[in-house]
Each structure stands twice: as structure tokens, then as C-alpha cells.
Design a protein around this ligand. Structure first.
Ligand code: NAD
Length: 249
């Protein structure tokens, strides 16, 4: 698929990886659209890149998502690429014996992580896919998964949501292929973003870098390279692209 003929929606594009993708694709793609709940981040993005169309929405709100998707298709007519990038990184062990008196993983944190990383992806995709089919938009849905989808110690909720995205990637690729819509995922290892640095201690980052054969985190540019490959290669479908410097080996 040609980038310059593609309308691209990136969720969670007000910061981190999503913002890098949006800023690099703007001017290369036909239209770049960003949806995020972070109003301040969207305002900053809008100022840096006035060509990007920003929508303010909490994607865990089904009605808000439905309304937003309706507006996007009314304005742009078609959408070719959806990048399901919005997400939260949550780390918490199943049982924490140092946390007294309740040693259990917080139910609230479990539900919040599932809501953002899994439910919201379904809300956005089901509404976008319906409109893509109706408007005969050909294209690709890209889920941003994680190396944690293979099971990461201390990340029950996060790992569960990302494993679910891997399964949905395969399911949606099988269901939507007949409409000319591919589905693929990228499962990044540790990418150097502010949220990675906020979620992990310096010592943890050092230990992950030591465990990675190439001894470093990935860059946002390397992730972007994977996204562009998936968009442009029309035979790439139903596959999870591991992008982790060899950490999963
Ligand atoms: N940074 C990494 O190393 C890494 C590695 C693997 C996977 N990922 C995945 O990449 C994605 C982006 O991560 P990041 O590091 O850029 O994080 P980030 O926190 O910088 O960006 C996430 C964005 O999603 C938005 N968002 C969160 N919940 C939302 C909601 N309910 N509605 C609308 N917007 C919402 C946030 O406002 C934010 O702008 C996530 O899905 C994350 O799990 C990141």
C-alpha cells in the first residue's frame, strides 16, 4: 500500500511512540489523524504539526469512540491504516509479600489495564472496521503489542492484554482479509521512551540492556521502520513482528 495514498489513524499519538509515528508520517501519508485522551499533549502536537488532525477522546468510552469514528469518516471519507497504539504500561506482581496486609494484585489496576489495553482496542477496531468495510477502504490494522505478550514476570495484567492483542491480530487478519483489510502486530521489546523510563528503574533498564544481545534498548525510529514496512508490504498479514534486539531469544 502506498503511504502517500493512505489516511492513517494513530491512537495514543499525543506522546511517546504514537507521537513519533504521527510526526514522521505527517507529510508522507495522505492524512495523519491522532486520537488521545491527553488534551495538553494534543495541543502541543497540534502546534508542532498543524497538518495532523487531532481528536480528543477517552478510548475506554464506547460511545465516545463511536462518535469519533463517525466524525473521522465524515471528514476523510476513508481510512486505510489504524494503529492501535494507545496503552498503559503497568507492572505489579500477582502476590507482593512486602505489601501488607493485602498482598494481592490490585483489582482496580487489573481492570484499568484491561480497559485501556484491550477493551479500548476492541472499541476502536470494531467501529473503524465497520466503516472501512462500508466505505470499501483497503488497508491494514496494526496492533502495538509487546514482548510481554509472551509472559513477563511482574506484569500479569499488561502481559494478558498484549497476548490478547496477538490473538486478535490473527483473528482479525482471517476475518477481514476478504475485505482487503490486513491485520498485523509489532511486539516491541524495550524502546527508549519517557514512559519506559517512568515505568522502570535505572537498574532495571540496565539489566534488560545486559540481557539483550545487542546490549541496548530500541529507538522510536526503529519502531517506525517496522510500522512503515507493515503498511507498505501488502503480503504481510496475520503476523506478530518481534522487534526486541534479540531479548526474547
Ligand atoms: N515504550 C516501550 O518500550 C514499549 C514497548 C512495548 C510496547 N509498547 C506499547 O506501545 C504503546 C505506546 O507506548 P508509549 O511508550 O509510547 O507510551 P506513552 O504513555 O508515551 O503513550 C501512550 C499514549 O496513549 C494515550 N492513552 C492512554 N490511555 C488512553 C485512553 N484511554 N484513551 C486515549 N488515549 C489514551 C496516552 O495519553 C498517551 O499519549 C503502548 O501500547 C505500549 O504498551 C511500548
Amino acid at each position: 500500500m502506498k503511504l502517500n495514498e493512505s489516511n492513517i489513524l494513530i491512537t495514543g499519538g499525543a506522546s511517546g511512540l504514537g507521537k513519533t509515528m504521527a510526526m514522521h508520517l505527517q507529510g508522507v501519508a495522505a492524512n495523519v489523524i491522532v486520537a488521545d485522551r491527553n488534551a495538553e499533549g494534543l495541543a502541543a502536537l497540534q502546534q508542532e504539526c498543524p497538518g495532523i488532525k487531532c481528536y480528543h477522546a477517552d478510548l475506554t468510552d464506547y460511545a465516545a469512540v463511536q462518535e469519533m469514528v463517525g466524525k473521522i469518516f465524515a471528514e476523510f471519507g476513508k481510512l486505510n491504516v489504524l494503529v492501535n497504539n494507545a496503552g498503559i504500561i503497568h507492572s505489579e506482581p500477582l502476590i507482593n509479600i512486602l505489601q501488607r496486609p493485602d498482598t494481592k494484585h490490585s483489582l482496580e489496576n487489573w481492570q484499568k489495564t484491561i480497559d485501556v489495553n484491550l477493551n479500548a482496542v476492541f472499541y476502536v477496531t470494531v467501529n473503524v472496521a465497520e466503516q472501512m468495510v462500508k466505505t470499501r477502504s483497503k488497508g491494514v490494522i496494526i496492533n502495538i503489542s509487546s514482548i510481554s505478550s509472551y509472559g513477563n514476570m511482574g506484569q500479569s495484567a499488561y502481559s494478558a492484554t498484549k497476548a490478547a492483542l496477538n490473538a486478535l491480530t490473527v483473528t482479525w487478519s482471517k476475518e477481514l482479509g476478504m475485505f482487503g483489510i490486513r491485520c498485523a502486530a509489532i511486539a516491541p521489546g524495550f524502546i527508549d521512551t519517557p514512559s519506559t523510563r517512568a515505568a522502570l528503574t535505572e537498574a532495571k533498564i540496565k539489566s534488560y540492556e545486559q540481557a539483550t544481545p545487542i546490549r541496548r534498548m530500541g529507538t522510536t525510529a526503529e519502531l517506525l521502520h517496522g510500522i512503515v514496512f507493515i503498511i507498505e508490504n501488502d503480503f504481510y498479514n496475520g503476523t506478530i513482528m518481534d522487534l526486541n534486539g534479540g531479548l526474547s531469544l
